[in-house]
Design a protein around this ligand. Structure first.
Ligand code: MN
Length: 477
């Protein structure tokens, strides 16, 4: 991290100060506090100079008299490109939220988001830094705005951070937001985690001693650290496991960081010789990295005092990448990255971050005015989501595995309550049919239809379940 600003960065700071002069944030502070905070975050993430400059200027085109041309003249094409991308993204952001509310302009905004993203992934990283600072200072906003921003962060930005494998950022964003979305639940779970950790303290210490001794015997260099489960990820896991905390196996997780891959597997062997591994809980994300490039060995074991503990074993490089993700690769490969961006290549990315390439290729097509087949448009950015279409072509995002009733209730509860059938891609289908990426879904309704209890088995989203339950209860009365 530079201790002193370069001449270009210092010039950008002056430019931003002048441009934002007389503007104030909701906190009452001068506006320049915000771009300066974004600058600091980007520096901490180890981003390159152009990104940092664009971060300093990210709000100028939208909110001040400065133009893109001014920025281009002063700092060159690359910086102007990034600022333009961030400005476009902030318009498109609204569109992401509008997917929920089903507005006709959704698709345009969606495309704008694609184009902005496809241009340069650094645009997204600036946007994430921007959002992070806004979240950190959210307390200054009125409650309804707080909730709106927090919810949007949980739905869009935290998953984006996850797609870029920026683990630390994802956790900070999710927990900060969740606090505003559901303060009571947040406090409850935070308390629960603290109590759990306290109760586990002694046995954790013993495990650490046992592990250390065994590793030293095998001459494996290592560092060991405990990992606290974040409040939001516990919340999500509990929802998945019917609120049964005994089914959450990674409440206590220990991280083992070793020198190289060979040692990772050696360490796994040693841990399994000390404790009983739980069947089906060994995951080799080194041989098979996650889609976002995350690598580690995971195993869950039962300790001598019958505790369930998860171990995550990885090298230093994998650890760094798990916490800082895509930003970390800028830090290590700044020179190479910059060159590659100029050439339009992204070789430094982990091999399985192919979705970024796909996104960039799609965006390039759109920019050239070429037709993109919506049905084939693969959006791996949200790997756990599918995007389906109404017959009119509006995009609806749903969790993977969603069924026609989930779709119907997403459109409107009035539609959901009166479903008599569904056509998928023009063909009659049934309510048990899982929807797939790109499906065109047409819901058939009848005024005389009433919701059935049996529908509860034909629904996977909590949103649809709530709506249906609500109606079923009302009918009972
Ligand atoms: Mn901003």
């Amino acid at each position: 991290m530079p201790t002193k600003d370069s001449e270009r960065v210092a010039r950008a700071v002056e430019m931003a100060k002048k441009a934002h002069e007389g503007q104030f944030r909701k906190t009452g502070e001068p506006y320049i506090i915000h771009p300066m905070a974004v600058k600091k975050i980007l520096e901490e993430w180890g981003m390159d100079e152009d990104t940092i400059i664009a971060g300093i200027l990210h709000d100028t085109v939208e909110d001040t008299d400065l133009t893109l041309a001014d920025i281009k003249k002063e700092f060159g094409e690359s910086v102007a490109f990034l600022v333009d991308g961030v400005t476009k993204l902030s318009t498109a952001r609204t569109g992401m939220r509008d997917i929920d509310t089903y507005l006709p302009e959704t698709r345009d905004n969606f495309l704008r988001l694609m184009i902005a993203l496809g241009d340069d992934i650094r645009v997204l990283i600036i946007k994430l830094a921007d959002r992070l600072h806004n979240l950190r200072t959210l307390s200054a906003l009125p409650p309804d705005k707080q909730k709106k921003i927090a919810k949007e962060t949980l739905e869009v930005f935290a998953p984006l951070a996850d797609r870029l494998n920026m683990g630390l950022l994802r956790v900070e964003m999710a927990d900060l937001s969740f606090k505003y979305v559901d303060p009571k639940r947040y406090d409850y779970l935070k308390d629960l985690i603290e109590k759990y950790n306290k109760s586990a303290e002694k046995s954790l210490k013993r495990i650490e001693e046992e592990i250390s001794e065994a590793f030293k015997k095998e001459k494996i260099k290592f560092t060991l650290s405990g990992r606290v489960k974040s409040v939001y990820s516990l919340h999500k896991k509990l929802a998945k496991h019917n609120q049964n905390i005994n089914e959450i196996y990674d409440l206590i997780a220990l991280r083992v960081i070793v020198d190289d891959i060979t040692d990772c597997y050696l360490a796994l062997g040693i841990i399994h010789s000390l404790y009983t591994p739980m069947g089906g809980r060994i995951k080799d994300y080194i041989a098979m990295p996650k889609q976002n490039g995350y690598q580690s060995l995971h195993t869950t074991v039962i300790t001598k005092d019958k505790r369930v503990v998860e171990f995550q074993i990885r090298t230093k490089e994998m650890h760094e990448y798990a916490e800082r993700g895509l930003a970390a690769s800028f830090y290590y490969n700044e020179q190479k990255v910059t060159e590659n961006y100029k050439k339009g290549k992204i070789e430094h990315l982990p091999t399985n971050l192919l979705w970024i390439t796909e996104l960039q290729m799609t965006a390039a097509k759109l920019r050239e005015g070429k037709k993109v087949d919506y049905k084939k448009l693969k959006l791996n950015l949200f790997a756990d989501k599918i995007f389906v279409y109404t017959p009119k072509g509006d995009i609806i995002d749903l969790p993977k595995g969603s069924l026609p009733l989930d779709f119907a209730y997403r459109l409107h509860s009035e539609i959901g309550d009166h479903v008599i059938g569904v056509k998928i891609n023009g063909k009659m289908s049934n309510l048990n049919k899982k929807l797939e990426q790109g499906d065109i879904v047409e819901i058939l309704t009848s005024k005389n239809q009433t919701p059935k209890t049996s529908w509860l088995d034909k629904i996977i989203t909590s949103h649809a379940r709530q709506k249906l339950m609500h109606r079923l209860n009302a009918d009972k009365k």
